[in-house]
Write a protein that binds this ligand. Structure first.
Ligand SMILES: NC(=O)c1ccc[n+]([C@@H]2O[C@H](COP(=O)([O-])OP(=O)(O)OC[C@H]3O[C@@H](n4cnc5c(N)ncnc54)[C@H](OP(=O)(O)O)[C@@H]3O)[C@@H](O)[C@H]2O)c1
Length: 171
């Protein structure tokens, strides 16, 4: 498929496995220059080998504000930001305590917002795109989605409503 993305630069957070790695694969196939960010260096290296193409790896904990700023600086050429990294715990309002809840939000909400804020001026000037990977909305699967997931979905929506050049949101 030619999505006319050849030569674009893309940053995929959580790009070392799962949905993020699949996204990175698709961007490489389109001829993009791809940055993938996650914590585990070995898994990132393995992902880069699997992907081939023009791929740079960034070992970073996106809950760490200083590391996040460094990542934004290292990816100064980005046209497309895919906010995907997440490690949402399963559970309900009865089983998730505040510490777990805040820990999850630190990445999936503030990590998204803070990285977007860092890259936004550049994305805006390059008419870039921001894609936010959202948590499944409990309206679509009420049995499996707990209170935490529902809240994450709402918070991610709020992040999506930042006024960027263009945003997209996966469900
Ligand atoms: N799977 C689903 O059914 C589903 C449905 C809806 C939405 N989602 C959302 O889609 C996203 C990806 O899901 P997935 O199933 O592909 O997850 P996954 O396979 O567990 O991959 C998560 C990725 O995020 C990275 N990551 C986790 N914590 C990080 C941190 N603190 N800093 C930087 N990177 C971090 C992981 O690498 P490291 O551990 O090495 O850091 C990994 O690359 C998540 O945000 C999830 O909430 C998933």
């Amino acid at each position: 498929m030619d999505l006319r993305l050849k030569g674009k630069s893309v940053l995929v957070t959580g790009g070392s496995k799962g949905i993020g790695l699949a996204c990175a694969k698709a961007f490489v196939a389109e001829g993009c220059r791809v940055h993938i960010a996650a914590r585990d260096k070995d898994r990132l290296a393995q992902a880069a080998r699997t992907l081939g193409g023009d791929v740079k790896t960034h070992s970073v904990d996106l809950r760490d504000g200083a590391a996040l700023k460094n990542l934004a600086q290292d990816c100064g050429d980005v046209d497309i930001l895919v906010n995907n990294a997440g490690d949402i715990p399963g559970g309900t309002i009865e089983t998730l305590d505040e510490a777990k809840w805040r820990h999850a939000w630190e990445l999936k909400v503030f990590g998204f917002i803070n990285l977007t804020r860092e890259l936004y001026p550049r994305l805006k000037s390059r008419k870039g795109v921001i894609v936010n990977g959202r948590t499944r909305d409990s309206r679509t699967s009420p049995r499996r989605s707990g209170a935490a997931m529902r809240s994450m979905a709402c918070a991610s929506s709020a992040c999506t409503r930042l006024p960027p050049a263009r945003t997209a949101s996966s469900r």
